[in-house]
Design a binder for this molecule. Sequence first.
Ligand SMILES: [Fe+2]
Length: 273
Amino acid sequence: MSLVYAGMCCHAPGITVRPEQADPELLAGLHAAFDQQRQAIEDAGAEVLVMVSSEHFANFFMDNMPTFSMGIADEYESPIENPDWLKVPKVTIPGSPDLSQRIIGQLLETVDISWAQEWKFDHGLAVPLNFLTPEYKMPIIPVNINCQAPPLTPLHRAWALGKALRQAIDAVPEKVALISTGGTSHWPCTPESGKINLEWDKVLVDQLIHKRKDELLDYKFQQTFIDGGAGAGEMRTSICVAAACEETVGEVLFFEPIPVFATTCVIATFFQG
Ligand SMILES: [Fe+2]
């Protein structure tokens, strides 16, 4: 049918690894917002969830780093991390290979997207799915943008992928929801881990909600690295999904810095069909 819901959410592993260390009120608010997003996806009648995330070298590595990739598998294992550490269940999640094929076929008209029949979800997908599809019955199509290994995917190419995704999704009969994960400031795997640039995050999320294309595409790699840390490269996922629904103004459901999770946690709606 078409796109029926779009939004962004956070994927910090701390959300499931050490929830007891967070302020209980903030944690309750985050969980409530995830639940609100889950309900919105269900109320929209979504039959498939396309998740645009940033792989953390779990499946794609320096030997062959795709700019964009989409899963085309019957099913996906999750998580690739030790489930006892990540504290999410080890599950097999259904894919939607026929729909993946049709979407990829359309995307390839304008976007050089690779595809993968094997993909083990890392925390970038496993943490949000733990809240958004807790029974793991909804088919998932994973999408990866290279946000980690420079040279990163140019921002305007992430925007172009979002536009192409919308066109492809609107051309299929299925009702599809689209979610990006990650993207606010964080300094993973460094001595600065836990640092948050709240003002920078506020500006970014406001730009995303209002789909301010010119501002979103004007971020420079070096300055973003300084202001938002290496993790801020993940803004590409949300820029992509914002582009897919440029015509609407979104709504922030949750925005709170949670240092023990090492980032500002954000849940937002970008589009409600
Ligand atoms: Fe990440």
